[in-house]
Ligand binder design. Sequence first.
Ligand SMILES: [Zn+2]
Length: 87
Amino acid sequence: MKRCKTCNKYTGAPKPVTLGDKCDFSISTSNGRTTRHRVVTGKLYRTWAGGECDVLYRGKLYRADLITHPDDPSPISLALIGRCTCV
Ligand SMILES: [Zn+2]
């Protein structure tokens, strides 16, 4: 994906991630008071109908509703900056 020249948001099709490929996803960690989201790179383990995925990260499976190819913007940047709706 790249940035749109008009609105500066992300445009273009996201790179596909296939099973066993590396992918970025966000996990939330909580210390009791605050919840922080961070992006980590795991391995796509399974996909579910409806778009959710199981991602293997450090020997543990995580359920992620949004994964991106490591070459693409992270799910968090994508959520913050947004997708281009020009044209
Ligand atoms: Zn745009």
